[in-house]
Ligand binder design. Structure first.
Ligand SMILES: C[S@@+](CC[C@H](N)C(=O)[O-])C[C@H]1O[C@@H](n2cnc3c(N)ncnc32)[C@H](O)[C@@H]1O
Length: 428
């Protein structure tokens, strides 16, 4: 397994401008392997350098799906769970102040929900949410963690004197059993653009099996957002792609001259591979609000109490993106999410709390935003509206990664419509 030396979560402690510079540098130096963890880490992790394990959940290429279509548990464990077993990785999440403050406030400002209640923490990691639930007055907390991080959680929980309340259970939520149904399910399950990692599945599974009919979900709601954006990354990625193809040309020549083999029949598959890697894979970025050039729209809302597996496994949405006046170029789309802690309809929160991962100058999160670049960018005129449909499904080879299809068309103020464009992307 590849362990990240400079995981991007750690960069929370680096100033925002340094983070940007580092991100850009690293995006420029990683080799285009086209496969494996290195590719995932480079493209999506933004800051992590080539060969480093990608960040949140780390699904590597290589497939977590078994031949029959079900999840291959061993591969899933090796590809997805592996990094969550490292303290450095948990520390990066624990250092995300926006994330931490939101969960902390949601629990302690709504302590009435926890007082004397039973709680299930799905994916307890270090045990932080379970500890807070106990400190807020829970009678019993079941803290379930699939990886050996469960052992660290156990000692952290004992070290904070709540081991008489919190019981750590090492195992996947799908495989374990607890002796009773619970009043609250708490979990931090959100991946990039909300759905990457597919961990919400496990929370839904836990809810359907272990939550009392009167139970409450923490968080209770989640939303996915999309907005039009501008960025110089379009040129940057185009240049990288052109360099890579020029290098392929030299390689063909050298191989022919020195080794007498004509490799040109591989040119098309190579180009396809590089196109996917440089131009079609969405990127992690921490955008400034002024890079958003139109009104963000909510493309999907989930009520965590009622959402089904089917609803999360494929997200389809049609929407219109209006632009702020004065922008002449659309470089792509930014995607992010927020979650809310509102309690339940029968037992609403005293204090609703929001955790947002929207572009911000100071309230940045380790999730950042996912950027989907347009190659080439679209020329805009004032009054244009982009009519879009978005289709997010799970990757055929790895259910924790996503395939995205954007279909879009400009509607001019004059009523004229440009041809429909279909752009495929991959969230890796
Ligand atoms: C994003 S981390 C959150 C950790 C901790 N709750 C926090 O907020 O800092 C998600 C954790 O859930 C665990 N996890 C993911 N899916 C799980 C499953 N199906 N069963 C048990 N644990 C799971 C991962 O190993 C990881 O430690």
């Amino acid at each position: 397994m590849v362990v990240s030396l400079l995981p991007y979560r750690a960069l929370r402690s680096i100033s925002r401008s340094n983070l940007r510079t580092l991100s850009e540098k690293l995006q420029g130096i990683a080799p285009a392997t086209g496969v494996s963890c290195a590719m995932n880490g480079h493209v999506n992790g933004g800051p992590p350098a080539a060969g480093m394990a990608p960040s949140r959940g780390v699904p590597a290429a290589g497939g977590a799906l078994a031949k029959g279509g079900g999840v291959d548990k061993a591969a899933d464990f090796a590809n997805y769970f592996c990094t969550y077993a490292f303290l450095y990785h948990q520390k990066e999440m624990l250092s995300d102040r926006v994330r931490m403050d939101a969960y902390y406030r949601s629990i302690f400002r709504n302590a009435k929900h926890f007082l004397g209640k039973t709680v299930l923490d799905v994916g307890t990691g270090s045990g932080i949410l379970a500890i807070w639930a106990a400190q807020a007055g829970a009678r019993k907390v079941y803290a379930v963690e699939a990886t050996v991080m469960a052992r660290h959680a156990r000692s952290l929980i004992a070290g904070n004197n709540v081991d008489h309340i919190v019981e750590v259970i090492e195992g996947a939520i799908e495989d374990i059993t607890i002796p009773e149904k619970v009043d609250i399910i708490i979990s931090e399950w959100m991946g990039y653009f909300l759905v990457r990692e597919s961990m919400f599945d496990s929370v839904i599974y836990a809810r359907d099996k272990w939550l009392k009919p009167t139970g409450i979900m923490y968080p209770s709601h989640a939303r996915m957002w999309v907005a039009p954006m501008r960025t110089s990354l379009v040129e940057h990625k185009q240049q990288e792609f052109q360099h890579s193809m020029a290098d392929w040309g030299c390689f063909l020549q050298d191989t022919s001259d020195h080794y007498n083999v004509d490799m040109s029949c591989l040119s098309n598959p190579y180009k396809e591979e590089q196109t996917k890697y440089f131009l079609q894979t969405s990127m992690w970025n921490s955008l400034y609000p002024n890079q958003i050039i139109g009104q963000p729209v909510i493309i999907k809302e989930f009520d965590c109490l009622t959402t089904t597996m089917e609803e999360v496994s494929s997200v389809r949405s049609s929407f219109k993106l209006p632009f702020h006046p004065g922008h002449s170029r659309l470089c792509g789309f930014a995607g992010w999410f927020d979650v809310h802690f509102k309690g339940s309809p029968t037992d609403p929160a005293d204090h609703e709390v929001e955790l947002t991962t929207a572009p911000s100058t100071d309230e940045t999160t380790h999730w950042g935003q996912q950027v989907f670049l347009l190659h080439p960018p679209l020329n805009l005129q004032d009054g244009d509206i982009l009519s879009c449909s978005l289709d997010i499904t799970r990757s055929r080879d790895n259910h924790r990664l996503m395939d995205v299809k954007f279909v879009h068309q400009l509607e001019r103020a004059s009523g004229e419509k440009t041809p429909l464009i279909t752009s495929p992307y991959f969230i890796e």
